[in-house]
Each structure stands twice: as C-alpha cells, then as structure tokens.
Design a protein around this ligand. Sequence first.
Ligand code: NAD
Length: 412
Amino acid sequence: MNQWENALSDLDEVAGLLDIPEEYIVILKNPRRSLIVSLPVRMDDGRVEVFQGFRVQHSLDRGPAKGGLRYHPGVTLDEMKALAMLMTWKCALVKIPYGGAKGGVICEPQGMSHGELERLTRRYTSEVGIILGPEKDIPAPDVNTNPQIMAWIMDTYSANVGYSVPEVVTGKPTEIGGSEGRFDATARGVISTIEEACRVTGTTLEGSTMAVQGAGNVGGNVAKLATDKGAKVVALSDVSGGVYNPDGLNLWAVAARILKTGTVCDTPNCENITNEELLALDVDILVPAALGGTITMDNVGAVKARMVAEAANAPIVPEAERALFDRDIFVIPDILCNAGGVTVSYFEWVQNIQSLLWKEEDVYEKLHEIMVYAFYRVLELGKQRGINMRAAAMVLAVDRVTKAIKARGLYP
Ligand code: NAD
C-alpha cells in the first residue's frame, strides 16, 4: 500500500470508532483541491529543465490550509494527499484553526545550486500562487526546505501582489517576520511528548538511551534537546547511513562532520551503522525523524525500543504500528508527536497578522502547554475507550473536523 492508501485505511479504522454519518468520511476521503504544476527552470549550464510540483489542500473546514513544502526525488501526488490529510488531523488535534495542506516538487535539491533552488522556488510560488495566501493556504518548511526557501516564497508572493505579505508563509527568517522559537519547534514538541510518555510509563528522559533516524531539522534538534535534558543519544543517521557509540554521541563532533562532508558517517570515535541497524538498536526510545514508511512489517519485528516517538510524518505503516501497540511498546503517533512545528507556525502567522513579536520564552511556554494538553487528552481518551494512542488521537481529530463540516453544512 502507498502512503495515501495507508492514510485512507487509518481513516476507515477511526470511522468505525466514531458515531458519525458515512457521508462525512466520504467527504474526508477526497482532498478539497489538488494542483499539479510544471515548473520550467533555467539551470546554471543554460538548459531549461521542467520540474513537476504539487500543492494539495485536504480540508478547509476549520480554517485556511496549512502544511509544509517538500523537495525530494520521491515526491508523488499520492504522498502529498496523504501528508495533507495528516495535517488536517494534526491541526484539529492541537486545536489550531487550520485545515491541512502539503506541497512538493520532484527534484534532487542536493545536486542543485543556490541559484537553481531560488529560481525553482520562485516559479513554484508563482504557479501555485493562485491557491496560496494568508487566508487560503500557508506553506512551511519540510524535508529539504528551510527558512531561506520560505523567504523566497514570501518575497515572490509579495512581489506578485505588490506589498509585503509575511503571513503567507511560516518558518521564515526572523528578520522578515519569522517567529522566535520556530526553528526547533517541532523537536521541542517531540521532546514535550516524550517527557510525558516517560512520566506515564514510570521512566525519565534523563538517563534514557535514544536512537534518532534523520539528522535534519527535526532529528538533529531532537538529538540536541534530548542530550541537553540528560538522555544518552547513542545513534543518529541520515540518508547515507548512521553512526553509533554506546557511550553516547558527541553531537559537536557529529555536527562538525556534517559541516565538513554533508553526512554523519565516519564521525570519529563512532561505529558506522546502516539505517536498518539503527532501527533495531536496543534503546529506550527510538525516534524515526526522516521519511515516511520507514518501519514496515518487514522490519518491525527487529525493533527493540520500549518507546517510539514518531517525529517524522507517517514513519510507521499502519499494520506495523499495530504490531508495536500489540507488543505494549509506547508509540507516540505522528499527529501528536510532531505537532509542535505547526503550532509555532500558527503562532508566527498570528504574530504577523497583528504585527507583534513574541519573546522566545513565551513561544516555548505556550507550545509546551498545548503539547502537554493534547498528550493527556489523547491518553485519557485512549484509556476511556480502551484504544491505542493512534486511534485515540484520530478519534479526537476526526471528530473535531466532522463537527466543523456539520456546523458549516453542505453548499449549495
Ligand atoms: P530535513 O530535510 O531537515 O531532514 C531530513 C533528514 O532525513 C536528513 O538528515 C536526511 O538525510 C534524512 N533522510 C532522508 N532520507 C532518508 C532515508 N531514506 N533514510 C534515513 N534518513 C533519511 O527534514 P525535516 O524537516 O527534519 O523533516 C523530517 C521529517 O519530519 C519529515 O517526515 C517531515 O515531514 C517531518 N516533519 C517536519 C516538520 C518541520 O517543522 N520541519 C514538522 C513536522 C513533521
């Protein structure tokens, strides 16, 4: 099954737990808008290359659409549909007034120059601009996109409408309206949920061992924040492979290695391991923070961690996730675990609209409060209904979205 079929299967499962008319589920199985664009870009060698891009808005029922923009060779329309649907659930779960969206461009950004990436981003923004806007759809960073790319989106959109519109995109540099605390917000949210999961399972993050797959914005910051809180991060990986040290990684050495070579591999005083070996390490907490579909029925049996924090979107296929729940492994589902990013994106949008600048400590405090509240709502509902954390999170989220559809009614 591909990611879209997995997302539909999650929705079908939750439909059976909710007393709602089938027609709502039928509506939610169809993204509201899917736009496919062709992006001709002048490359540095003078050639014109045409890239394919997507923007999917899954739901606009609770507010404007919100979701990241991904640059990756594996991007597909089905993947965008699945990730946009996940965003709908995530926003509803943490009760922020957005629907879900996702965008992507099929490209290999590591092989592109700064200028090529800028031209690609500006052309993408212009082509999908007809459905973007602070009241329509607000992109944010995702895999292989970053604050610089968000700045180009903001500038291109603003140039096209004729005035500055910082609130059209979040995760921007702070110099042009980015929020304090957005850069590591997703990782902070992940850590907040892990800390609460440790509390309810009678352990502590301090002193726990952790393996993190993905050394990007989310995974890299999770490793750093967990280390700051006294956890022992023994393994970290990227697309090229991973590194392992049972005594705990020296993250300064890993960061220096990434700066020098672009990968964590061959960091001094570490053993090189594969991504598959990382997933099978005997650690307290496993954090998949790279791509979707990493843990499947083929490798789930090898997972030895006591807790899995889904920092990436859809890192575990539904069947494999059920296998982890059946083994009493505490799984923090993605729509809860990584909701910190979109939460602080919402704070950024609110600040931009009001021309306000919040202090970093206020952002972190409000973020922590929302994450902890959502965590316990999910946990309590799960206990009340005798269902796992994924099912409970989905019940809460889908219920909120269907109530919004019901309140608004069907037009015409
Ligand atoms: P990123 O581009 O900053 O980092 C991705 C990391 O994953 C890199 O280290 C890359 O080398 C690694 N990677 C890529 N392919 C891999 C593979 N096949 N095996 C192992 N590692 C691989 O991206 P990010 O923003 O950190 O996003 C990571 C995940 O978190 C994605 O699933 C994304 O959708 C999700 N997410 C991100 C945010 C955010 O705010 N950035 C918010 C919520 C969820």
